[in-house]
Design a protein around this ligand. Sequence first.
Ligand SMILES: [Fe+2]
Ligand SMILES: [Fe+2]
Length: 281
Amino acid sequence: MPHRENATLWAVSDLHAALPDNRVLVERMRPRSDADWLVVAGDCGELVHDVEWVLRRLSERYAKVLWTPGNHELWTPRQDPVRLRGVERYQHLVEMCRTLGVVTPEDPYPLWTGPGGPVTVAPLFLLYDYSFRVPQVSTKQQSLERAYETGVVCSDEFMLHPDPYPSRDAWCRDRVKETETRLAEADPALPLVLVNHYPLVRHPTRILRHPEFAQWCGTELTADWHTRFPVQTVVYGHLHIPRTTWYDGVRFEEVSVGYPREWRRPGHPAVGPRQILPVPA
Ligand SMILES: [Fe+2]
Ligand SMILES: [Fe+2]
């Protein structure tokens, strides 16, 4: 029988398991109690095989694992025997999660009843729509042109195919609409932990070294979700700048691990899962 009174809800993202040093981190990750849950907020890897390796390992150890895709899971890299693109690739990953018992954005949102609960934990898949544009431009096209001029272009442009949508932003708008409806239907008496690969607000991208990169980091369409819905904490990754911030009194946790050259930097926060619930003192 799991000991729920000692349980912790953890979150991590950007494990990038193609890198041998990051695989070692995954191998070392262990729950503290047999009732712990783990949220994995995207970028497990690029090859379906690597994503499955990460989620299988972790789901063998944690009482429940929740996953949402990052941009890297949605790439169709040349060396991946799985040639699926866009929505089909995402659905393939969702099916793989189901065989492992991992909760995805397509499943009912589970209720955390351990310490700090009850709280609904909602993994979201929202993507981005190029609305976090560079300054002084008014269209996606202009913003992208600026990125190409400066040479800061996300590999998604070549590897994240939106099929059957005409564009990544069209896919994003659909995901946002669908998710908004689901959140509006959730029990308003229960606080929410929202989990998305991208921050729901633009603020965290303000400290990116290359501001042009922000256009691949979220959407203005979710700017008020943390105040419109009963949100207790927002969990995200993608920026590879792990930290805790507060917007309008709501806690935002970037839980990314990132690349070894990033997490080995002096002064980098401890790598590994971050405690989400109970809220650390
Ligand atoms: Fe990442
Ligand atoms: Fe990412």
